[in-house]
Write a protein that binds this ligand. Structure first.
Ligand SMILES: *Cc1c(COP(=O)(O)O)cnc(C)c1O
Length: 446
């Protein structure tokens, strides 16, 4: 008979069924299907790991946000934040719902044009606009959101060179009670820089000032910060009218609404603590409507909401590669998707769920990705049931930023699959292969 292998004993606290400060623990959540399609079927067909996006969730979330604002304010326009998820199929759904495009680079600008977005419906943000980018934007009549004085002067020079006018807004940073304050983008409100920029633009004959923009930060859980931002922009809007007898067309409150993900270190789950679209809309519309602005001259309210509109629509399906014990006896697990695909795992405690009924016993577990890198930790501590090698897991709320910030490292980026409104599935970005990477390489002959 073969000698039985020695296994180091471990002592763990049994937590099943013991109440914590919120009461009895909820039953382990199981995610076995997405929009009625079995996770097993998706993985059999499209491999592991695989990103899955629900068109239904995108449309429902977008409509919910629009309803919240349109019932409180007369003129609302959303512009989809490309950098949050710029897969063509995803952007096209937002545009189909009526969203404009919000881009922060020449590449994103071209992508929006290629999807048929009219130049006049592109908001061009960001600190990096080359002369070529500005020329493209001017020629397409886009709204250029000026970030700093050097860009303003380059823009003035460019409009002269090509003999065309540019439609512009300025990005404004300000103290809204959120610290650290984002002051690296745009012109400051409190020190008069923003007012100075407005004055210079009003003096420039080739620039048509049409809006004021701010983006106060991201994952902002305070609705009052938006109220402060909206009233400061309203003040500048009125000041511009008073001095120049010029009504601007819009006020743009940027993005930054929190998604329902849970930040690392948060006490309560994000789904319980994040403000709803109604609460953000209430704060913003109150501030503008009750400002000095006469109601017949109210600006269009632009919103560039990113993560709050797409996070919930994205899933990453993954397979358990191994179960291990650390030297200290801690349960660890290796899965086939790592931080290369999950940039947001650095900020969030992402929800990871089994796809089928498992034992009720949960153990504090660390979930590692497959990379040969110490930082590849998907969850550093999660109460998780025992699952076996080959079992499948679903990681929820990964629609925002992961499919733009992912990196190609030692492995290929996987398929991205869309489940459409008819529950049909489509590959919307193909799994990479050796050629996808080597096609860009040149090996000098020796
Ligand atoms: C990133 C970004 C957004 C979207 O931000 P979220 O936090 O994802 O809502 C909107 N506007 C600008 C200018 C941005 O840079």
């Amino acid at each position: 008979m073969e000698k039985i292998k020695y296994e180091k004993p471990v002592i763990t606290k049994i937590t099943a069924g013991i109440p914590n400060k919120f009461g009895l623990p909820a039953k382990q959540k199981i995610v076995s299907q997405i929009d009625g399609i079995a996770v097993d079927k998706l993985m059999d067909e499209y491999g592991s790991p695989v990103f899955v996006i629900s068109e239904k969730t995108i449309r429902e979330t977008y409509r919910e946000a629009r309803r919240a604002f349109e019932t409180r304010y007369p003129k609302v326009q959303f512009a989809w934040s490309y950098k949050t998820n710029y897969l063509d199929a995803v952007c096209s759904i937002f545009h189909d719902e009526g969203s404009w495009a919000e881009v922060v680079s020449g590449f994103e600008f071209e992508k929006a044009l290629s999807l048929g977005v009219k130049g006049t419906q592109i908001l061009f943000n960001g600190p990096e606009k080359s002369e070529a980018d500005l020329t493209l934007a001017i020629n397409h009549n886009a709204c250029i959101h000026i970030d700093h004085f050097d860009e303003l002067y380059l823009l003035i020079e460019t409009t002269r060179k090509i003999g065309k006018k540019a439609r512009v807004a300025i990005r404004i940073n300000m103290d809204t009670g959120i610290y650290p304050m984002w002051d690296r983008f745009g012109f400051n409100y409190e020190n008069g820089e923003a007012w100075n920029a407005i004055n210079r633009i009003m003096l420039a004959e080739n620039l048509d000032l049409i809006g004021l923009h701010t983006h106060i930060g991201t994952y902002i859980m305070s609705t009052s910060a938006y109220a402060v931002a909206a009233s400061k922009l309203s003040n500048l809007y009125m000041a511009t009218h008073r001095k120049f007898n010029h009504w601007l067309k819009y006020i743009d409150l940027g993005g930054g609404f929190a998604s329902k993900n849970t930040l690392k270190g948060a006490y309560m789950p994000g789904s319980e603590t994040c403000p709803s679209f109604d609460e953000y809309a209430e704060a913003i519309s109150n501030a503008i409507i009750s400002s000095e602005i006469p109601h017949e001259n109210l600006p269009v309210l632009f919103l560039e909401t990113g993560r709050a509109l797409i996070d919930d629509a994205g899933y990453l399906l993954t397979t358990v590669l191994a179960n291990k014990r650390s030297v200290a006896g801690r349960r660890t697990m290796v899965i086939d998707a790592g931080v290369n695909l999950l940039f947001t795992s650095f900020w969030y405690n992402l929800g990871v769920y089994p796809t089928k009924e498992v034992a009720e016993y949960l153990e504090d577990t660390t979930i590692y990705g497959p990379l040969c890198m110490n930082i590849d930790v998907v969850r550093d501590a999660i109460n998780f049931p025992h699952v076996k090698t080959g079992d499948r897991l679903v990681i929820e709320r990964v629609g925002a930023y992961n499919m733009t910030q992912w990196m190609q490292f030692i492995t290929f980026r996987p398929n991205v699959v869309l489940i459409d409104m008819e529950k049909k599935t489509h590959i919307i970005r193909k799994k990479e292969e050796l050629g996808s990477i080597q096609n860009f390489e040149v090996n000098p002959k020796r």
